[in-house]
Design a binder for this molecule. Structure first.
Ligand code: PLP
Length: 420
């Protein structure tokens, strides 16, 4: 296949050995219905129009492509540009695929959205579009995550969504996914499962890549030429696919994906101390292995029995053991290079971007910032790097407060809730 762009939006959802649809029998007709609806909609100019309208009028697209002049000077290497997805409505790129899937669900006559969420960011974006489109909304969230991510639970409920704490298994994201799938099987007629990244069974990776590719398309126009490097952080991979996609056939453009290095690429007390599937463990072997989990084939951080393992990262959005099948393929053919940033480097990058440019990047996005800074140092001044700032940092207030040990602010928080 000579066009990677065509290949990665193909209708059968296989990307080399990755992708596919490994789901219970009962889910197959539901996935087929969704696939058909999507490929029909994609051909329909009115669907495309609706989508562009929402991007523009609801989310505020196009988001700026901004030249970080001060940061560039400070680093002294390649020119660093920042694609500011944090200026989207709800503060991150997630709204791109939520809007797309919401209008697709409407078109299919669905009355109800369900979603899984770990950190709560995806649940929040789903609750947002459900409110806007008058759809019922239920968000499944591991009970442990509900405790850890209270602010997002609060906002989802304010938006009218029902948040269901899932009390099975480890009470985290994968248990929420299973609960959402069971719900979908019980309610196939009226429900759309709004999956939150470029993972899951076919057609989700294709659908979400399609709804995210606006990011790279805008960059191409805004830059008026090709960059030398694109840099994005990778959890499941949706913001990276969004930035990379439109450039995949431009051979001159190199791509760097930055995973969560957590406390280093190693195990601590038998558990992964990071979430970097492509990072090398102390024995030299890549941490992630090929497996079939949650309905698709890709690389996962897993144990010897093929069960996915918990991961660790300062950023909740990258704290996930799997990676999208298209990215797994792009890794294996060498089109996208992978690296990682450890928590301490992420915090340093977060601070440096704030102090030089006045921009708080989300902790997820700060991985891309850390990766871009490291890369810029190795390149001459005439090279151009575009990094994706997938979200803004406001949501990380409590994590950063803890990490920086800001006692005054901690006291303020205690005071605020005294009489609730
Ligand atoms: C959820 C999230 C991510 C990680 O998800 P991807 O699918 O890998 O993009 C990255 N950045 C932000 C701001 C997020 O909210």
């Amino acid at each position: 296949m000579n066009s990677l762009k065509k290949y990665l939006l193909n209708t059968d959802g296989h990307f080399g050995q990755f992708g596919g649809r490994y789901v219970p029998e009962l889910l197959i007709p539901i996935m087929e219905e969704l696939q058909e609806a999507f490929f029909q909609a994609k051909k329909d100019p009115s669907f495309k129009n609706d989508l562009l309208n929402l991007y523009h009028n609801y989310s505020g697209r196009p988001t700026p492509l901004y030249f970080c002049e001060n940061l560039t000077k400070k680093i002294g290497g390649a020119k660093i540009y920042l694609k500011n997805e944090g200026l989207n409505h709800t503060g991150a790129h997630k709204i791109n695929h939520c809007l797309g899937q919401a209008i697709l669900a409407k078109r299919m006559g669905k009355k109800r959205l369900i979603a899984e969420t770990g950190a709560g960011q995806h649940g929040l974006a789903t609750a947002t579009v459900a409110a806007k489109f008058g759809l019922k909304c239920r968000v499944y969230m591991g009970a442990r995550d509900v405790e850890r991510q209270r602010p997002n639970v609060f906002w989802m409920e304010q938006l009218g969504a029902e948040v269901i704490p899932v009390k099975e298994g480890g009470q985290i994201l994968r248990d929420a996914i299973n609960a959402a799938l069971r719900d979908l099987i019980s309610n196939p007629e009226d429900t759309h499962y709004l999956l939150g990244t470029v993972c899951g069974p076919h057609p989700y990776p294709v659908i979400n890549t399609y709804f995210q590719k606006i990011v790279g398309e805008e960059v191409k126009k805004q830059l008026g030429g090709l960059p030398d490097y694109l840099v994005a952080c990778v959890g499941g991979g949706s913001n990276a696919m969004g930035l990379f996609y439109d450039f995949l056939d431009d051979k001159k453009v190199q791509m760097l994906a930055v995973e969560a290095g957590g406390k280093g690429i190693k195990k601590e007390n038998g558990k992964f101390a990071h979430a970097a599937r492509f990072g090398a463990m102390p024995d030299g072997k890549q941490a992630g292995e090929v497996g079939v989990v949650e309905g698709f084939k890709s690389y996962f951080l897993q144990n010897d029995e093929g069960q996915i393992e918990e991961t660790q990262s300062i950023s909740a959005g990258l704290d996930y053991s799997g990676v999208g099948p298209q990215l797994a393929y792009l890794h294996d053919i060498g089109r996208v290079k992978f690296t990682y940033a450890v928590d301490d480097d992420v915090i340093a990058a977060y601070k440096l971007l704030a102090r030089t440019e006045g921009i708080f990047a989300a902790l997820e996005s700060s991985h891309a910032v850390a990766g871009a800074i490291k890369l810029a140092k190795t390149l001459p001044k005439n090279k151009i790097i575009v990094m994706n700032c997938s979200g803004r940092g406001d949501k990380d207030l409590f994590i950063v407060t803890k990490k920086l040990g800001d006692k005054n602010f901690a006291n303020f928080l205690k005071e605020q809730t005294k009489n609730v």
